[in-house]
Design a protein around this ligand. Structure first.
Ligand SMILES: [Zn+2]
Length: 259
């Protein structure tokens, strides 16, 4: 029997062990994220309102997660799923409004089509989708109007943290938000209303951005390395999304999606 030490074999098995450990760690961290949903056993005297209050949730959010009708009726002994907190913060999975999640799910995304998700600011402190669409269509002469796939409001013009879905996403059209046409074919664009050279985005804008980016990463099969600021990806220099946009902490907060 050949008992000679074989470095190739050793390295191969060490590499295999490392791969196994990495896969196990990813599976466990994904399981932990999913386990963030708890269960609650309804007691006598409980109402959907009292239970929602205990978990700082909106009653409708708790009812929706459990498929309850609008009467919100619960009975003693019923087992309810308590959704993970919608403002879960870094590393969590903040929930998107259902209509937005639906728009993300329903778009006819071609596998492998999108390689990047790019973050912009509007550069002005009031903004609406209608206004941006007008500007891009009439002033910038973009045939498809609104250059971005999504816009997130700051409370002036749109709601604070409100997400609007544009036709470039729903119809899966090329973007109009980067200087390179080749990049516009493979990069989704999200614009936050505000001038982040002057001040930071609102907390709600950042919560919505994280939730939206995470949902798009799952939908388009992307990892956090696909998420860029306009400045990071553009072929010509731009300040967008502004010196006060928290690029480092935002990118560091994006978890690898569970599949
Ligand atoms: Zn930009």
């Amino acid at each position: 029997m050949n008992r000679r030490w074989r470095p190739a074999h050793f390295l191969k098995s060490a590499a295999l062990r490392a791969t196994f450990l990495l896969v196990a760690w990813l599976a466990l961290s994904c399981a932990a994220a999913k386990a963030a949903e708890e269960f609650y056993s309804v007691k006598r005297g409980d109402t959907i309102y009292s239970i929602a209050r205990q978990y700082s949730l909106a009653p409708a959010e708790l009812a929706d997660r459990n498929g309850l009708s609008r009467s919100f009726h619960v009975y003693a002994g019923q087992r309810l799923i308590v959704p993970a907190r919608s403002r879960a913060g870094p590393g969590g999975y903040p929930a998107l409004p259902r209509a937005i999640q639906r728009a993300i799910d329903l778009a006819p995304v071609q596998p492998g089509r999108w390689k990047y998700i790019v973050v912009h600011h509007s550069g002005v402190d009031t903004g609406t989708v209608k206004g941006m669409d007008y500007y891009h269509r009439e002033v910038r002469h973009m045939e498809n109007g609104l250059a971005y796939d999504f816009v997130i409001g700051n409370g002036s013009g749109m709601g604070d943290g409100e997400i609007a879905v544009g036709p470039r996403w729903t119809q899966q059209l090329d973007g109009g938000h980067l200087a390179s046409e080749a990049q516009n074919k493979i990069a989704l664009g999200i614009c936050l209303v505000g001038n982040f050279d002057e001040h930071r985005p609102t907390l709600r804008e950042m919560d919505s951005l994280r939730a939206l980016v995470q949902a798009l990463m799952v939908r388009c099969n992307l990892t956090p390395s696909a998420v860029k600021t306009h400045q990071q990806i553009n072929i010509i220099h731009t300040r967008c999304p502004g010196a006060k946009f928290p690029t480092q902490s935002f990118l560091a907060s994006l978890p690898t999606p569970c599949r």
